[in-house]
Design a protein around this ligand. Sequence first.
Ligand code: HEM
Length: 506
Amino acid sequence: MASISLLQVSVAILGFLTLHYFLFKKPHGRFRRNWPVLRMLPALHMALHRIYDYSVKILEISNMTFPFKGPRFAGMDMLITVDPANIHHIMTSNFSNYIKGPAFQDVFDVFGDGIITTDSELWKNLRKSYQAMIHRQEFQRFSMSTMTRKLKDGIVPLLDHFAEKGTSVDLQDVFGRFTFDTILILITGYDPRSLSIEMPEDELAKALDDVGEGILYRHVKPRFLWKLQNWVGFGEEKKMTRANATFDRVCAKYISAKREEIKRSQVVTDISVAESGDLLTSFIKLNTTKYKLLNPSDDKFLRDTILTLILAGRDTTASALSWFFWLLSENPKVVAKIRQEAINTDISRTGNGQEHLDKLVYLHGALCEAVRLYPPVCFGRKSPIKSDVLPSGHKVDANSKIIICLYALGRMRAVWGEDALQFKPERWITENGGIKHEPSFKFLSFNAGPRTCLGKHIAMAQMKIVAVEILQNYDIKVVQGQKIEPALGIILSMKHGLRITVTKRC
Ligand code: HEM
C-alpha cells in the first residue's frame, strides 16, 4: 500500500514538474530543450501551431543560427539560419556546394523533375529554357493582357456583386482563384474559370492544397514514418497519392488538347494559336538540342513543368496580396498614400503598362514591406555537397540539412533595425524618392543568387494592377472578430482566410 502511495506521489510530482515546465518556462527555452532520446522533437511538435513566432524568438536569442536536433538516426537534424552572411555564402558565393539534394526531391516528389526540385546540370538547362520562354516579348504581352482581363472580367464583377449584396467574402479565396486562373492561362492557354460568383471547387486547385499540407508534414516527421504512411495509404499521405493521380490526369488532358490545337493550327494556319503566348505551346515547340533537356517532347516533362509553374506562381502571389490587404486594413494612412500616388501618376488614364507601374514607388515599397513581413515562401532548404564552415562559424557536414527561415529573417532586428516588426513602406524609398534596393541575402522573399525567382516581375506587376484597381474603386473593411494567423504549409497563407466587406467608392 505504502509503495503504491509512493508511486502515486512520484507520478504526481513528475506530472506537476512537467506541467510547470511546459506552462511557465519561457516558450523558446522549451523549444531548445534537448531530451535524451527524442531530443528537440517533442518541443517542435508542441510549438508547431506557433512555429513562425517561435522561430523569430529562437533565432533572435541564438544570434540568428540555431542547430536543431531531431531523434537520433531519424535524419531530422538541421541547422536553421537567418544570418545574412550565411545566406550570401549559401545562395551566392558558394552556390555550387549547396544543392536542394535528394532528400528535398523526395519530399517534393509529386512535382517530379521540375525546376524547383532539380539541381546541377538539369536545373541549369531548365533555368535557361524557362528564362528564354518567360522573357519573350510575346509572353510578356500575353501575361499583361491576361492579368488585366482577369481583373476586369473576374475580380471587378465579383467585388461589385458582394458590394451590392452587402455580404462578406473571403478575400484570400478570391485572390487564390484569381492567381490560379491567371497562371493556368499563362501556362496552358486555358481558363479554368474558378473565379466566379458561384466559387466552384476546382479539382486541380484542391489537389494542390492537399499536397501543400502533406509536404509540410513530411518536413516535421521522420522519413521512415511518412514513407510507411504513404505505403499504407494513411492520413496526409493518402491525400498526396490521390492528388498525384489528379495531377497526372488533369495535366494529360491539357497536354493532349494543346498538341491537338498546335496540329490543327499547322493545317489551318490558325493565327490565334500560332501567336499564342502560353508556355505550354512554347515548351512543346522547344528546341531540344539547344537546352539539352532530358526528354522535352515527353509528356512527363510537360506535366512536371505545368505543375512546377503552378506551384511557383499561384499561392505565392495570392498569399502576398492577402497579407498586403490585411496590413493595409491596419494602416489606413498607407492606403491614403497609395491612392494619392495612383492619382498623381494618373494610372487610370496612362494604363497598366510596365513603364507606368514603375512610377508607383510608394506602392512598390508597400508590397515589398508586405512580402518582407509575410514572405509567401516562408522557408528555404539547402544541403552541402562537401562539408563546410559557414561565416557564422557553424560547421555543416556533407548532405546535412540547412533551413533558411524567411519569415524570421524579415523580422530580425539585427537585420532590419529596432522597427523590424513595423509595416513601413518608407523603408523602401530613397531620399530622392526612388526605389531603395535591399540586397537579396537580406530581402530573400524572391530568393537570391542564381536561383532567384523567375516570376518576380510578373508577380509585382500583377499585385500592382490588382492593388490600384481595388484601392481606387472600393473600400475594403476587414470583418471584426476573426482570427488572423498564418497556416502551417509550404506557402504562408492565412489559416482562416480574410473575411472582408466591400463598398464601392464614388
Ligand atoms: C509574390 C509572388 C512570388 C514570390 C514571393 C516568389 C518567390 C520565390 C522563391 C522564394 C523562389 C525560390 C524557391 C526555392 O528555390 O525553393 C522562387 C522560385 C521560382 N519562382 Fe517565384 N515567387 C513568386 C511568384 C512567381 C511567379 C508568378 C512565377 C511564374 C510565373 C514564379 C516562378 C518561379 C520559378 C520558375 C522559380 C524557380 C527558380 C529556380 O529554381 O531557378 N514565381 N520564387
